[in-house]
Design a protein around this ligand. Sequence first.
Ligand code: GBH
Length: 469
Amino acid sequence: MSTPTRRFPEDFTWGSATASYQIEGAVAEGGRGPSIWDTFSHTPGKVLGGDTGDVADDHYHRWAEDIGHIKDLGLKAYRFSIAWPRVQPGGRGEFNAEGIAFYSTLVDALLAAGIEPVVTLYHWDLPQELEDEGGWTNRQTAYLFAEYARRMAQELGDRISVWTTLNEPWCAAYLGYASGVHAPGRTDGAAALAAAHHLNLAHGLAGAAVREVLGADTKVSVTLNLHVTHPVDPDSAADRAAVAKIDDVGNEVFLGPMLEGAYPQSLLDNTSHVTDWSFVHDGDLALIRIPLSILGVNYYSSSRARFYDGTGERQQADGHGDGAGSPWVGCEDVEFLPQPGPYTAMGWNIDPDAFRDLLVRIGRRFPDTPLMVTENGAAFDDEVAPDGAVHDENRIDYLRRHFTAALDALEQGIDLRGYFVWSLLDNFEWSFGYERRFGIIRVDYDTQLRTPKDSALWYREVVRTGTIG
Ligand code: GBH
């Protein structure tokens, strides 16, 4: 007796993902204005090795070659982000025709190559001029974001398959405004919660604006980095309560308003020593909860947390090392313990079971909202073989195990529509600069030569056959 080959659905959306600041370069070309990441990366000490996105993968000039690689891999979709300061340099007022033309041409070329464009409107590169007025702590930013979204809908129109409003608002709010390891580098917990709320509002207003232009059935999504946190001692009520706090500040702060129309009372209570939440105005929650066509899930690793009783040094495991503040606003009595390995080059543990459980849990909780894995992948210390190839067996193994987890979830009846590997190219890994390589395609930063790694060639076979080799 032979077991049938396990297969992904015929119409499964296989793709790969990137983000504007991480790949484009050309930061002062084509009328682009400065973003908070330009400012941050040019501030000494903020990014490993002093790296910046000034050149990155030079994708602004090499997009045609990059689309060729996507096509060669047989991918059905490409997830990329629009740099707001490229299309509207100051974040308000005048739009920049040259910036809009760049994305319009990119979209046409993707369609001509048979690749579905999946757009993210915000992947962290806020126009610096808006940050000068408070950035995401300023309610006005949400309304300006919606105007930018409306214009993009008018310009790119029905050529876009899915409109994703935000990428990982958790990172934008907490890493940007609480721990300060991301732009704009602020360390103020109350500011981070205000930012989270204004990002929620921005999501609702932008999604509504896109649908006003393109019709109510336009696919609108948001991408969240959902945290899977295990209690250190599952039998300890205190540890389970610690995990519940992390769930609130990490997940429910977005899932609640976006999908259920409310912030959990436990979140408001547990952060009342930080803020009174007066930035939530009457009517906001109704604006935030728009129908979601797809919920995007980014997943890389899991964490372990427990109750911290105040004795000894509080442990943190956010991958950013010593010196950084905690992103976990209001969770002063929670600590993270290092996870057991194996690890990727980020120091993040590899836990595909947690990925499967997450997809199943979220899928069952929101049965009417299809899921899409909008990011999953791994950084490893790749070596280039004498023939120029990259034999990244470790990345293949990581992807194989996570694809299998996704297949498990599908077989449990979860409505999972697609999977985007992070990332198409090695790129600017935020505060870790170019040290950390997530690409399935190698980029030589001296020559800008692109070389598909073994993982890319392996992925091509998965996409072609719908089975995991
Ligand atoms: C994504 O961020 C980004 O969307 C993408 O641009 C980036 O290049 C890619 O992933 C790789 O980093 O629980 O405090 O220990 C993912 C960022 C990584 C943030 C894991 C949360 C755990 C933080 N996430 N991290 S903590």
